[in-house]
Design a protein around this ligand. Structure first.
Ligand code: NAI
Length: 271
């Protein structure tokens, strides 16, 4: 059901790879709600994934960009300006850990890989924002949303160096939120999402068991990618125009829990 709450709005969506991607669901929902946008991902992801299908479904252009390469971001924002003028929203739904991919434990990280992880998963948000500010590419009242995970605040051993990446990402949200807010009235928030079955999510070892644990810990259960998309849409809309610099938990209540009855029952204990 559409309420057209993004009617007349334009944007850029980073990170749709395949139908499981959170960004994919956001794009479908944004289209349904009346937005127009450009889809972007790396040239490699465009070859491996199925972004053309999404572009057709949403009548969107694809502009390739590696989110770590500033000149490619400049091309992207320039293309968006030519297409739409200033955009109203940007979704940063990008993450990748080289050490997790290579199964390197947290206590034996390869530091070149770690720097790459931090660049792709966190510093890239700064690059996106700095480029957009330089080109004055986001409209007054515009909204930027980055996806994050609670491992920035609490220890989840298998999330490894991505915990540091997410902590840095959230810090950039706050600091840039100040600067972009005061100069151009643009707001920036992160959404801390439940574990979700996607290509990036499933790369974390023990992911299936972990999803089950999070489901049992969360009073509302895990938030799905579709739920996350709905939340992002609300953040792109004018209904949340005074929300900025926040890390917003979208996790069915997981972040507030100590323990749940369902989890204690696994240990044969009543609470
Ligand atoms: P996904 O694998 O579908 O999306 C990750 C995207 O990052 C892919 O489209 C990939 O091509 C893109 N990417 C990687 N390197 C890039 C680069 N150099 N330049 C541009 N794009 C690049 O997985 P998912 O789960 O949809 O991930 C989206 C975001 O949600 C990530 O930030 C992730 O950390 C976050 N998140 C995911 C959760 C999960 O359990 N799946 C939970 C909480 C947050």
């Amino acid at each position: 059901m559409s309420n057209n709450i993004l009617s007349g709005k334009t944007g850029i969506i980073f990170g749709a790879l395949d139908e499981k991607s959170i960004a994919w669901k956001v794009a479908l929902k944004a289209h349904e709600e009346g937005a127009k946008f450009i889809l972007t991902n790396t040239a490699l992801a465009l070859r491996l994934g199925s972004l053309n299908k999404l572009a057709e479904e949403t009548s969107s252009k694809i502009v390739p960009a590696d989110v770590t390469v500033v000149v490619e971001l400049e091309n992207l924002f320039t293309a968006a300006k030519e297409e739409f003028g200033k955009v109203d929203f940007v979704l940063h739904s990008v993450g990748m850990s080289m050490n997790i991919r290579k199964n390197n434990p947290f206590t034996a990280l390869n530091y070149d890989f770690m720097m790459k992880t931090l660049d792709i998963s966190a510093v890239s948000l700064h690059k996106v924002l700095q480029t957009a500010l330089k080109l004055d590419a986001i409209a007054q009242g515009g909204s930027v949303v980055a996806l994050t995970y609670i491992a920035a605040q609490k220890v989840f051993p298998d999330y490894s160096e991505m915990s540091q990446a997410k902590a840095l990402l959230e810090s950039i949200v706050r600091s840039f939120g100040y600067h972009y807010g005061t100069t151009k009235g643009v707001r920036i928030n992160s959404v801390s999402q439940s574990p979700t079955v996607t290509t990036a999510g499933s790369g974390v070892s023990g992911f299936d068991a972990f999803i089950d644990y999070a489901e049992k810990m969360s009073p509302l259960g895990n938030a799905t990618a579709e739920d996350c998309a709905n939340y992002c849409i609300s953040l792109f809309s004018d209904y949340t125009k005074m929300v900025t610099m926040q890390n917003l938990y979208h996790d069915g209540g997981f972040s507030m829990m100590g323990v749940s009855e369902q989890v204690m029952q696994k240990f044969g204990t009543q609470v």
